[in-house]
Design a protein around this ligand. Sequence first.
Ligand SMILES: [Zn+2]
Length: 503
Amino acid sequence: MKIAVGGFQHETNTFAPMKADWNAFEQADSWPGLQVGAPLLAACIGMNIPLGGFLEEGAQLEHSFEPLAWCSATPSGFVTRDAYERVTALILEALSKVVEDVDAVYLDLHGAMVAEHLEDGEGTLLRAVRELAGLDILIVASLDLHANITQEMVDASDFLTAYRTYPHVDMAETGRRAARVLHQIATEKKKPAKAFYKPDFLIPLTGSCSLVEPAASIYSEIGKLDPQTGKNEGILGASFATGFSPADIQECGPAILVYGATSSLVQQTLDHLKNRVVRSESDFSAPLLTPKEAIERAPATQSDTGPIVMADTQDNPGAGGNGDTVGILKALISANVTGAIVGVLYDPESAALAHAAGEGASVSLELGAHTGGAPEETPVSGDFSVLRLSDGEFDATGPYYDGIRLSLGPTALLEISGVKIVVGSKKVQCADQAMFSHLGVDPRQQKIVVVKSSVHFRADFEPIASEVLVVSSPGPNPADHRELNYQNIRKGVRLMPGAEEIS
Ligand SMILES: [Zn+2]
């Protein structure tokens, strides 16, 4: 079979101010930059991204590929109209040239893309692909676990499958699964029946972690529905996307999707999963502590079971935060805690001043709170000891940034009142122990480790933590969605699990 392959990934926080323009997609970040035509194959094979996994599995199954175009950009506000139109034109024009020769189209999508001029980035693209390809060509796509799956996406495609882990460690595996199911559908020469349901409540990021309940057992059930388990004759696969809540669109929120041989079978399986999810609604709200409550949980002395790890979720740079709020840092200082470390605080100016002062020096700084993520906050001002400096270039050691060379720009390890702070020059989600250890700090030897992350940190930090606490300190990514001003979301949705419906 000949398969046209491409992708267009963006997670859009419609409440965040910075837009994703053409440049954001053209440039490489920790993933490759825009790839068009043949170079796409070499750039994506071997990477832990869905397209990489799809290409590997597809080649194993002896299929060949027609590369279209692929790109991604860091999560941010709206995708500009210009970027959306140019990227989709690249994909559609390339497809129009090969459409007579291909049997299927695979797209590596996120599922929560919102452009300036349209709410459903992926549904609109999939519909355009369907119009070009006609009904005989199979269309499959992989999605992020945080996809806001829409009816249009489901209708325009033949099979969608979403990641099942958050932290996302199964991105390539999701692409492989898409290739296997596409192969099965093509072999059986029968399009699958679909069943789709959107629960009436939004799930906060911290509640969608697949390492904790209820998501952990829901994903375990979803895995058991895969054809290779041999247990569920006629089922091709199921997905539970927890949605990406900071998106003010009609179809924001979680979704359950089942594919299989007959509509009664998929409906029956969907009903089972739906009951499971709906019954667990209140459990999707992870408990949130104030900084003071969280600090009170820390032991007086360093424990041999490891540090308490606190997630500063509302300033998570992976979801629209800038990584420079100082609420928890101030709480640590005023509680006179020693043996605590905070990372990674984004403050290029302070990092530069620390570099100018040199290791061992004391430097007077106005640290953090410069970008307005928590408008009422003021910087931490005082004299900081410069303990260690680095150029911020080092290899990740944990599973989330696996294989990636991290680049934080000029970085400094500072200390004030017994609290250490890693200050970097680029916005980065603190999800790897190397962000501390490359500066000579062993996070296991701390009483408290504060990370600017919501969930991805868990892959590397949960194994060393005595306890993980989610802390609510002011920041631009509210853990409670009732703080966001939704205008376009459909009526009847509860903005938090168990909350009152909006009308
Ligand atoms: Zn995600």
